[in-house]
Design a protein around this ligand. Structure first.
Ligand SMILES: C[S@@+](CC[C@H](N)C(=O)[O-])C[C@H]1O[C@@H](n2cnc3c(N)ncnc32)[C@H](O)[C@@H]1O
Ligand SMILES: Nc1c(NC[C@H](O)[C@H](O)[C@H](O)CO)[nH]c(=O)[nH]c1=O
Ligand SMILES: N[C@@H](Cc1ccc(O)cc1)C(=O)O
Ligand code: SF4
Length: 459
């Protein structure tokens, strides 16, 4: 088990104190001036001159962000027809905010323990994606645990097999396990059914895909790109400040490592998203520093299409179970984080509202706090569900059109890179995806609807 978190670990060097005033920071935001870290802290706290959130000030921040959203991207709200396909939950990194993972030894053939998790072979992944493509999706997002048997490709497997101490590099051969995930390149090429867009390989996974070698991240991402990788999800970012990572994910790549991997992905020409996972032990100074690191990265690369705030889901996580935190972010904090992301990240066009994290009602509200993208259909979800979140695993195009039209905005289906966009007329049902290789406008069905249709009606 991990070393317990002590109070000393939470006595942070970075605290929300500034020489700036709330009013000055807000004036800069309204004028479209580039904000600095102190400005962001003032806006996120609604002023460090008093404790707690000042509701009237909060409304002014949200209003400024909503106006900026309207100027920058207009009234369209985008979403994507996509599938989430997590390959394996086996992971020994031990992040304290995560309940998606299952200890890798529970997957071994020899063990008496029955694992609560799953591993898919490349063939199984392919079948799941093929089925979803048939239904009309055109993006597969795939993020997974760091299974010890995973290797980048055959060459990487040979290097790992020849390692004098495989344990040191977190490697065990596939034969040890009931099911092998194969290699990353096999999984990527298996998922690339009919030209579906493959969005996969977070910096943490890329780290795993080069362990025990001297390969650069460029080399890793180049090989993955050859296998069919299209874009990279910028998760594993969590909070890009070391003193926070030391508490919530001491086994994970560092801030520097994350930035290095993302830059490498950009260098080989891959598009990417970026995230923040907030609402646990960090304070507003950490959130502001994180935003600065993302904006700097985007200044260097220009490859980030969207920023995705992920509000910490606390219920079943070690951080909550060990009383390190008493819950997640408040609604005020969620709204301010979306708004300040819009105002601070002047070089990233799209801010995503995650219905997985916020639910429909609050997710919709976020679209008037600075967000303009409403995620995707995903069809299946494991990370938030296992952490105790309860907002489900699927949204249909009908759900999307109804929700977006209800707030007077324009529903638009988009491709991962936002290049392909199709405006949907709310008065012209039925609603289904049209941008996919097999998408002909037929509505995506829920699992239950599909099962009902599969059973021949007995009249
Ligand atoms: C579960 S990991 C899977 C991919 C890979 N293992 C990694 O860490 O990048 C993907 C992301 O899910 C997010 N996540 C995990 N647990 C969460 C929780 N309890 N609440 C909110 N987000 C969470 C984290 O931001 C994490 O980086
Ligand atoms: N916000 C969450 C996402 N967002 C990813 C999108 O669905 C999509 O893959 C991206 O916009 C690239 O096109 N995915 C999750 O699984 N969970 C979230 O909370
Ligand atoms: N799957 C991740 C989130 C995610 C994945 C890909 C992205 O591009 C963005 C966010 C989660 O549920 O937390
Ligand atoms: S967040 Fe990713 S790396 Fe960390 S324990 Fe969960 S699955 Fe593993």
């Amino acid at each position: 088990m991990e070393r317990p978190v002590t109070e000393a670990d939470l006595a942070f060097e970075h605290v929300p104190e500034t020489d700036q005033s709330f009013e000055n920071a807000l004036a800069k935001a309204r004028d479209g001036d580039r904000l600095d870290v102190d400005d962001a802290i003032e806006l996120l706290t609604t002023g460090t001159d008093s404790d707690g959130i000042d509701r009237r000030r909060k409304e002014r921040v949200l209003e400024a962000a909503d106006r900026r959203r309207a100027e920058q991207v207009g009234e369209e709200v985008t979403f994507i027809a996509n599938l989430n396909n997590n390959v394996t939950t086996a992971c020994n990194v031990g992040c304290l905010f995560c309940n998606f993972k299952d200890a890798a030894h529970t997957f071994e053939s020899e063990t008496e323990i029955e694992t609560a998790g799953f591993t898919k072979t490349p063939a199984e992944s392919r079948e799941i994606v093929a089925d979803a493509v048939e239904r009309g999706i055109y993006e597969v997002t795939s993020v997974s645990g760091l299974h010890p048997a995973f290797a980048l490709d055959e060459e990487h497997r040979e290097i790992l097999e020849a390692h004098p101490n495989p344990k040191e590099v977190n490697y065990k051969p596939p034969a040890v396990y009931d099911t092998s995930p194969g290699t990353y390149t096999d999984q990527i090429s298996a998922m690339g059914v009919d030209g579906v867009h493959v969005h996969s390989m977070t910096p943490e996974e890329a780290y795993h895909a080069r362990r025990g070698t001297d390969w650069s991240y460029e080399e890793v991402y180049r090989r993955l790109q050859e296998a069919g990788l299209d874009t990279v999800p910028g998760t594993a970012a969590e909070i890009l400040v070391e003193e926070v990572r030391e508490v919530i994910c001491p086994g994970k790549i560092s801030t520097e490592g994350w930035l290095e991997a993302m830059e490498a992905a950009a260098n080989v020409g891959l598009g990417m998203t970026a995230t923040i996972m907030y609402g646990h032990v960090e304070n507003e100074a950490h959130r502001a520093l994180h935003l600065k690191r993302i904006r700097d990265l985007q200044d260097r690369t220009g490859n980030i299409t969207e920023f995705v705030p992920l509000s910490f889901i606390h219920q079943n996580t070690p951080l909550f179970e060990h009383d390190v935190v008493s819950g997640g972010a408040s609604i005020d904090e969620d709204e301010l984080l979306i708004a300040v992301s819009r105002l601070f990240l002047d070089n990233i066009d799209h801010i995503q509202a995650s219905w997985v994290k916020y639910g429909d009602e609050q997710g919709l509200k976020m679209l008037s706090c600075g967000a303009d993208d409403y995620m995707g259909t995903i069809l299946s979800e494991e990370i938030t569900k296992r952490a105790g979140g309860g907002f489900g695993e699927f949204r249909s195009f009908e759900d999307y059109v109804e929700m977006i039209a209800s707030i007077g905005r324009v529903p638009v289906e988009r491709s991962t890179d936002y290049e392909k966009r199709r405006v949907i007329d709310p008065d012209d049902p039925p609603f289904g995806p049209r941008l996919g290789p097999k998408a002909d406008g037929t509505p995506l069905l829920t699992r239950t609807e599909r099962e009902e249709r599969a059973v021949p009606a007995d009249d």
